[in-house]
Design a protein around this ligand. Sequence first.
Ligand code: AP5
Length: 301
Amino acid sequence: MTALHLEAGGFAAAATGRRKQSKKADVCLAVTLADSGAPTEHGFGEVGRKERLGASSMAEQVLRTIGPVVLLGPPGAGKGTQSKRITEHYHIPQVSTGDLLREHVKQQTPLGVDVQATLAKGELVPDHLVCDIVAWRLRQPDAERGFILDGFPRTQKQAAWLDAFLKFEFFESGKWAAWLPIVVRIQVDYNKLLLRITGRRTCPVDGTIYNIYSNPPRVDEICDNDGAKLVIRDDDRDEVIRERLDTYERQTKPVAEYYEKLGRVVMVDGDQPVDEVTEQILKQIDGRACGVASGNEGKGS
Ligand code: AP5
Protein backbone atom coordinates (compact mmCIF):
# COMPACT_ATOMS: atom_id res chain seq x y z
CA MET A 1 0.00 0.00 0.00
CA THR A 2 1.42 3.40 -0.97
CA ALA A 3 1.58 6.57 1.10
CA LEU A 4 -1.26 7.94 -0.98
CA HIS A 5 -3.47 5.02 -0.10
CA LEU A 6 -2.67 5.43 3.57
CA GLU A 7 -3.37 9.13 3.41
CA ALA A 8 -6.66 8.45 1.72
CA GLY A 9 -7.64 6.29 4.70
CA GLY A 10 -10.40 3.70 4.78
CA PHE A 11 -11.36 3.93 1.13
CA ALA A 12 -8.03 2.59 -0.13
CA ALA A 13 -9.75 -0.61 -1.24
CA ALA A 14 -11.49 1.20 -4.05
CA ALA A 15 -8.27 2.86 -5.17
CA THR A 16 -6.39 -0.41 -5.33
CA GLY A 17 -9.03 -2.07 -7.41
CA ARG A 18 -10.62 -4.52 -4.99
CA ARG A 19 -14.05 -4.84 -6.46
CA LYS A 20 -15.89 -6.33 -3.57
CA GLN A 21 -19.62 -6.12 -4.20
CA SER A 22 -21.36 -4.82 -1.10
CA LYS A 23 -24.94 -3.91 -0.37
CA LYS A 24 -23.93 -0.29 -0.63
CA ALA A 25 -22.37 -0.91 -4.05
CA ASP A 26 -25.59 -2.58 -5.19
CA VAL A 27 -27.55 0.48 -4.22
CA CYS A 28 -24.97 2.61 -5.96
CA LEU A 29 -25.29 0.49 -9.07
CA ALA A 30 -29.05 0.76 -9.23
CA VAL A 31 -29.00 4.49 -8.80
CA THR A 32 -26.08 5.38 -10.99
CA LEU A 33 -27.27 3.23 -13.86
CA ALA A 34 -30.29 5.45 -13.97
CA ASP A 35 -28.05 8.50 -13.78
CA SER A 36 -27.33 10.12 -17.11
CA GLY A 37 -23.53 9.83 -17.06
CA ALA A 38 -23.66 9.01 -20.75
CA PRO A 39 -23.53 11.62 -23.48
CA THR A 40 -26.73 13.64 -23.71
CA GLU A 41 -28.32 16.14 -26.00
CA HIS A 42 -28.55 18.87 -23.34
CA GLY A 43 -26.90 22.20 -23.58
CA PHE A 44 -27.06 25.40 -25.50
CA GLY A 45 -25.70 26.32 -28.90
CA GLU A 46 -24.77 22.72 -29.62
CA VAL A 47 -26.27 22.75 -33.09
CA GLY A 48 -23.95 25.56 -34.11
CA ARG A 49 -20.98 23.75 -32.64
CA LYS A 50 -21.83 20.49 -34.39
CA GLU A 51 -22.10 22.34 -37.70
CA ARG A 52 -18.71 23.94 -37.15
CA LEU A 53 -17.13 20.61 -36.24
CA GLY A 54 -18.17 18.78 -39.41
CA ALA A 55 -18.71 15.06 -39.77
CA SER A 56 -15.10 13.89 -39.83
CA SER A 57 -14.15 15.89 -36.72
CA MET A 58 -17.18 14.49 -34.91
CA ALA A 59 -16.02 10.97 -35.74
CA GLU A 60 -12.50 11.80 -34.51
CA GLN A 61 -13.88 13.03 -31.17
CA VAL A 62 -15.77 9.77 -30.70
CA LEU A 63 -12.57 7.75 -31.14
CA ARG A 64 -10.07 9.80 -29.17
CA THR A 65 -8.95 8.85 -25.68
CA ILE A 66 -9.25 12.07 -23.72
CA GLY A 67 -8.48 10.79 -20.22
CA PRO A 68 -9.58 12.42 -16.97
CA VAL A 69 -10.72 16.04 -16.92
CA VAL A 70 -11.32 17.73 -13.57
CA LEU A 71 -13.44 20.89 -13.44
CA LEU A 72 -12.65 22.94 -10.35
CA GLY A 73 -14.45 26.05 -9.26
CA PRO A 74 -16.75 27.47 -6.59
CA PRO A 75 -20.49 26.84 -6.51
CA GLY A 76 -22.06 28.59 -9.49
CA ALA A 77 -18.82 28.80 -11.49
CA GLY A 78 -20.41 26.91 -14.37
CA LYS A 79 -18.96 23.41 -13.84
CA GLY A 80 -22.26 21.65 -14.59
CA THR A 81 -23.02 23.86 -17.58
CA GLN A 82 -19.58 23.32 -19.09
CA SER A 83 -19.46 19.59 -18.27
CA LYS A 84 -22.55 18.98 -20.39
CA ARG A 85 -20.96 20.77 -23.31
CA ILE A 86 -17.64 18.90 -23.00
CA THR A 87 -19.62 15.66 -22.82
CA GLU A 88 -21.38 16.47 -26.07
CA HIS A 89 -18.14 17.43 -27.76
CA TYR A 90 -15.97 14.43 -26.86
CA HIS A 91 -18.68 11.87 -26.11
CA ILE A 92 -17.27 11.09 -22.70
CA PRO A 93 -19.48 11.05 -19.58
CA GLN A 94 -19.99 13.76 -17.01
CA VAL A 95 -19.44 12.42 -13.51
CA SER A 96 -21.05 14.92 -11.16
CA THR A 97 -20.83 13.91 -7.52
CA GLY A 98 -23.48 16.50 -6.66
CA ASP A 99 -25.93 14.98 -9.18
CA LEU A 100 -25.16 11.44 -8.01
CA LEU A 101 -25.71 12.38 -4.37
CA ARG A 102 -28.92 14.25 -5.14
CA GLU A 103 -30.18 11.20 -7.02
CA HIS A 104 -29.52 9.06 -3.93
CA VAL A 105 -31.46 11.56 -1.83
CA LYS A 106 -34.33 11.66 -4.32
CA GLN A 107 -34.58 7.87 -4.32
CA GLN A 108 -34.12 7.71 -0.53
CA THR A 109 -31.49 4.99 -0.72
CA PRO A 110 -29.68 4.27 2.58
CA LEU A 111 -26.85 6.49 1.39
CA GLY A 112 -29.33 9.18 0.34
CA VAL A 113 -30.95 9.15 3.78
CA ASP A 114 -27.48 9.38 5.38
CA VAL A 115 -26.29 12.37 3.38
CA GLN A 116 -29.54 14.32 3.02
CA ALA A 117 -28.94 16.61 6.01
CA THR A 118 -25.33 17.24 5.01
CA LEU A 119 -26.34 18.37 1.51
CA ALA A 120 -29.12 20.54 2.88
CA LYS A 121 -26.61 22.34 5.12
CA GLY A 122 -24.16 22.86 2.24
CA GLU A 123 -21.44 20.84 3.96
CA LEU A 124 -19.27 18.16 2.36
CA VAL A 125 -20.25 14.50 2.44
CA PRO A 126 -17.54 12.27 4.06
CA ASP A 127 -14.68 11.44 1.70
CA HIS A 128 -15.05 7.65 1.80
CA LEU A 129 -18.70 7.77 0.69
CA VAL A 130 -17.97 10.04 -2.26
CA CYS A 131 -14.89 8.07 -3.32
CA ASP A 132 -16.91 4.83 -3.34
CA ILE A 133 -19.47 6.36 -5.67
CA VAL A 134 -16.80 7.78 -7.96
CA ALA A 135 -14.88 4.48 -8.10
CA TRP A 136 -17.99 2.63 -9.17
CA ARG A 137 -18.91 5.22 -11.79
CA LEU A 138 -15.43 5.42 -13.35
CA ARG A 139 -15.39 1.66 -13.83
CA GLN A 140 -18.39 1.76 -16.15
CA PRO A 141 -17.61 0.98 -19.81
CA ASP A 142 -18.62 4.42 -21.05
CA ALA A 143 -15.75 5.95 -19.03
CA GLU A 144 -13.01 4.03 -20.82
CA ARG A 145 -12.03 6.90 -23.14
CA GLY A 146 -12.18 9.49 -20.39
CA PHE A 147 -14.63 11.44 -18.23
CA ILE A 148 -15.32 14.85 -16.80
CA LEU A 149 -15.24 15.07 -13.04
CA ASP A 150 -17.64 17.81 -11.95
CA GLY A 151 -17.42 18.61 -8.25
CA PHE A 152 -14.74 16.02 -7.46
CA PRO A 153 -12.17 16.08 -5.90
CA ARG A 154 -13.18 18.59 -3.28
CA THR A 155 -10.75 17.82 -0.46
CA GLN A 156 -7.05 17.02 -0.42
CA LYS A 157 -7.83 13.44 0.59
CA GLN A 158 -10.13 13.02 -2.39
CA ALA A 159 -7.41 14.42 -4.68
CA ALA A 160 -4.81 11.97 -3.30
CA TRP A 161 -7.28 9.12 -3.64
CA LEU A 162 -8.06 10.10 -7.24
CA ASP A 163 -4.39 10.14 -8.25
CA ALA A 164 -3.91 6.64 -6.84
CA PHE A 165 -7.10 5.35 -8.41
CA LEU A 166 -6.36 6.74 -11.88
CA LYS A 167 -2.82 5.45 -11.82
CA PHE A 168 -3.86 1.95 -10.86
CA GLU A 169 -7.02 1.60 -12.92
CA PHE A 170 -6.07 3.32 -16.15
CA PHE A 171 -2.28 3.53 -16.41
CA GLU A 172 -0.84 0.48 -14.69
CA SER A 173 -3.61 -1.62 -16.20
CA GLY A 174 -2.26 -0.59 -19.60
CA LYS A 175 -5.32 1.30 -20.83
CA TRP A 176 -3.95 4.82 -21.10
CA ALA A 177 -0.58 6.35 -21.92
CA ALA A 178 -0.91 8.76 -18.98
CA TRP A 179 -3.24 9.23 -16.05
CA LEU A 180 -2.73 12.71 -14.63
CA PRO A 181 -5.94 14.69 -14.98
CA ILE A 182 -6.30 17.89 -16.95
CA VAL A 183 -7.42 20.25 -14.20
CA VAL A 184 -9.48 23.18 -15.42
CA ARG A 185 -10.02 25.88 -12.82
CA ILE A 186 -12.97 28.12 -13.64
CA GLN A 187 -12.69 31.52 -11.99
CA VAL A 188 -15.66 33.81 -11.47
CA ASP A 189 -16.13 37.04 -9.52
CA TYR A 190 -17.70 36.32 -6.09
CA ASN A 191 -20.69 38.66 -6.55
CA LYS A 192 -21.57 37.09 -9.87
CA LEU A 193 -21.60 33.68 -8.21
CA LEU A 194 -24.44 34.75 -5.94
CA LEU A 195 -26.50 35.96 -8.88
CA ARG A 196 -25.84 32.78 -10.81
CA ILE A 197 -26.85 30.49 -7.97
CA THR A 198 -29.99 32.39 -7.00
CA GLY A 199 -31.03 32.56 -10.68
CA ARG A 200 -30.42 28.89 -11.44
CA ARG A 201 -33.32 26.68 -12.50
CA THR A 202 -32.85 23.04 -13.46
CA CYS A 203 -34.97 20.63 -15.44
CA PRO A 204 -35.70 17.59 -13.23
CA VAL A 205 -36.13 15.40 -16.31
CA ASP A 206 -33.16 16.04 -18.61
CA GLY A 207 -30.89 18.05 -16.29
CA THR A 208 -30.68 21.17 -18.47
CA ILE A 209 -29.45 24.14 -16.45
CA TYR A 210 -31.06 27.56 -16.99
CA ASN A 211 -30.63 30.94 -15.41
CA ILE A 212 -33.52 33.38 -15.07
CA TYR A 213 -31.14 36.32 -15.60
CA SER A 214 -28.62 35.13 -18.18
CA ASN A 215 -30.18 32.11 -19.87
CA PRO A 216 -33.92 31.90 -19.28
CA PRO A 217 -36.14 29.22 -20.82
CA ARG A 218 -38.43 30.30 -23.67
CA VAL A 219 -41.49 29.95 -21.38
CA ASP A 220 -41.14 30.99 -17.73
CA GLU A 221 -40.15 28.07 -15.45
CA ILE A 222 -40.66 25.45 -18.20
CA CYS A 223 -37.92 23.35 -19.82
CA ASP A 224 -37.48 24.09 -23.55
CA ASN A 225 -36.73 20.44 -24.33
CA ASP A 226 -39.43 18.47 -22.55
CA GLY A 227 -41.93 20.91 -21.03
CA ALA A 228 -41.13 19.86 -17.44
CA LYS A 229 -41.54 22.43 -14.66
CA LEU A 230 -38.10 23.71 -13.66
CA VAL A 231 -36.94 23.32 -10.07
CA ILE A 232 -34.78 25.27 -7.64
CA ARG A 233 -32.20 23.15 -5.83
CA ASP A 234 -32.76 22.73 -2.09
CA ASP A 235 -29.26 24.02 -1.36
CA ASP A 236 -29.70 27.17 -3.46
CA ARG A 237 -31.25 29.01 -0.50
CA ASP A 238 -29.47 32.15 0.74
CA GLU A 239 -28.24 30.78 4.08
CA VAL A 240 -26.95 27.56 2.49
CA ILE A 241 -25.25 29.36 -0.40
CA ARG A 242 -22.99 31.22 2.06
CA GLU A 243 -22.03 27.95 3.74
CA ARG A 244 -21.24 26.33 0.37
CA LEU A 245 -19.06 29.25 -0.67
CA ASP A 246 -17.24 29.16 2.70
CA THR A 247 -16.76 25.41 2.41
CA TYR A 248 -15.22 25.93 -1.01
CA GLU A 249 -12.77 28.50 0.40
CA ARG A 250 -11.80 26.28 3.33
CA GLN A 251 -11.70 22.81 1.81
CA THR A 252 -11.61 22.95 -1.97
CA LYS A 253 -9.32 25.91 -2.68
CA PRO A 254 -6.41 23.91 -1.18
CA VAL A 255 -7.15 21.23 -3.81
CA ALA A 256 -6.69 23.82 -6.56
CA GLU A 257 -3.45 24.89 -4.90
CA TYR A 258 -2.31 21.25 -4.66
CA TYR A 259 -2.79 20.80 -8.41
CA GLU A 260 -1.23 24.20 -9.11
CA LYS A 261 1.95 23.25 -7.26
CA LEU A 262 2.15 20.18 -9.48
CA GLY A 263 1.78 22.40 -12.55
CA ARG A 264 -1.40 20.71 -13.70
CA VAL A 265 -3.89 23.55 -13.60
CA VAL A 266 -5.16 25.55 -16.54
CA MET A 267 -7.06 28.70 -15.66
CA VAL A 268 -10.22 29.65 -17.46
CA ASP A 269 -12.02 32.98 -17.17
CA GLY A 270 -15.54 31.91 -16.21
CA ASP A 271 -16.84 35.50 -16.27
CA GLN A 272 -17.16 35.26 -20.06
CA PRO A 273 -20.34 34.20 -21.86
CA VAL A 274 -21.00 30.45 -21.77
CA ASP A 275 -19.90 29.84 -25.39
CA GLU A 276 -16.58 31.59 -24.85
CA VAL A 277 -15.85 29.65 -21.67
CA THR A 278 -16.52 26.43 -23.59
CA GLU A 279 -14.13 27.46 -26.36
CA GLN A 280 -11.38 28.16 -23.80
CA ILE A 281 -11.87 24.79 -22.13
CA LEU A 282 -11.98 22.75 -25.35
CA LYS A 283 -8.79 24.40 -26.54
CA GLN A 284 -7.03 23.35 -23.32
CA ILE A 285 -8.31 19.79 -23.46
CA ASP A 286 -7.42 19.41 -27.15
CA GLY A 287 -3.80 20.22 -26.38
CA ARG A 288 -3.57 17.74 -23.51
CA ALA A 289 -5.64 14.62 -24.22
CA CYS A 290 -3.89 11.65 -22.62
CA GLY A 291 -3.86 9.15 -25.51
CA VAL A 292 -4.12 5.41 -25.47
CA ALA A 293 -1.28 3.19 -24.19
CA SER A 294 0.82 1.99 -27.15
CA GLY A 295 -0.05 -1.66 -26.50
CA ASN A 296 -3.72 -0.79 -26.89
CA GLU A 297 -3.47 1.05 -30.19
CA GLY A 298 -6.03 -0.11 -32.68
CA LYS A 299 -8.18 -1.72 -30.01
CA GLY A 300 -10.79 0.97 -30.46
CA SER A 301 -10.61 2.41 -26.94
P1 AP5 B 1 -22.53 20.29 -6.49
O1 AP5 B 1 -23.76 19.85 -7.14
O2 AP5 B 1 -21.23 19.85 -7.03
O3 AP5 B 1 -22.61 21.86 -6.40
P2 AP5 B 1 -21.51 23.03 -6.45
O4 AP5 B 1 -20.10 22.64 -6.53
O5 AP5 B 1 -21.87 23.87 -5.30
O6 AP5 B 1 -21.70 23.65 -7.82
P3 AP5 B 1 -23.00 24.12 -8.46
O7 AP5 B 1 -23.73 22.95 -9.03
O8 AP5 B 1 -23.77 25.02 -7.52
O9 AP5 B 1 -22.48 25.11 -9.59
P4 AP5 B 1 -21.79 24.82 -10.97
O10 AP5 B 1 -20.38 25.27 -10.92
O11 AP5 B 1 -22.07 23.46 -11.48
O12 AP5 B 1 -22.60 25.90 -11.84
P5 AP5 B 1 -23.76 25.71 -12.95
O13 AP5 B 1 -23.18 25.21 -14.21
O14 AP5 B 1 -24.94 25.03 -12.36
O15 AP5 B 1 -22.54 19.86 -4.95
C1 AP5 B 1 -23.68 19.98 -4.14
C2 AP5 B 1 -23.42 19.37 -2.77
O16 AP5 B 1 -23.14 17.96 -2.88
C3 AP5 B 1 -22.22 19.92 -1.99
O17 AP5 B 1 -22.55 21.11 -1.30
C4 AP5 B 1 -21.88 18.76 -1.07
O18 AP5 B 1 -22.78 18.70 0.01
C5 AP5 B 1 -22.12 17.55 -1.95
N1 AP5 B 1 -20.92 17.12 -2.70
C6 AP5 B 1 -20.78 17.15 -4.07
N2 AP5 B 1 -19.57 16.70 -4.42
C7 AP5 B 1 -18.92 16.39 -3.27
C8 AP5 B 1 -17.63 15.89 -3.00
N3 AP5 B 1 -16.74 15.66 -3.98
N4 AP5 B 1 -17.29 15.68 -1.70
C9 AP5 B 1 -18.17 15.91 -0.70
N5 AP5 B 1 -19.42 16.40 -0.89
C10 AP5 B 1 -19.80 16.63 -2.18
O19 AP5 B 1 -24.10 27.26 -13.19
C11 AP5 B 1 -24.73 28.03 -12.19
C12 AP5 B 1 -25.69 29.05 -12.85
O20 AP5 B 1 -24.91 29.98 -13.61
C13 AP5 B 1 -26.68 28.41 -13.85
O21 AP5 B 1 -27.90 29.07 -13.72
C14 AP5 B 1 -26.05 28.67 -15.23
O22 AP5 B 1 -27.04 28.80 -16.23
C15 AP5 B 1 -25.31 29.98 -14.99
N6 AP5 B 1 -24.08 30.10 -15.77
C16 AP5 B 1 -23.14 29.13 -15.99
N7 AP5 B 1 -22.12 29.63 -16.73
C17 AP5 B 1 -22.43 30.92 -16.99
C18 AP5 B 1 -21.75 31.98 -17.70
N8 AP5 B 1 -20.56 31.77 -18.29
N9 AP5 B 1 -22.34 33.18 -17.75
C19 AP5 B 1 -23.56 33.41 -17.15
N10 AP5 B 1 -24.24 32.46 -16.47
C20 AP5 B 1 -23.68 31.23 -16.38
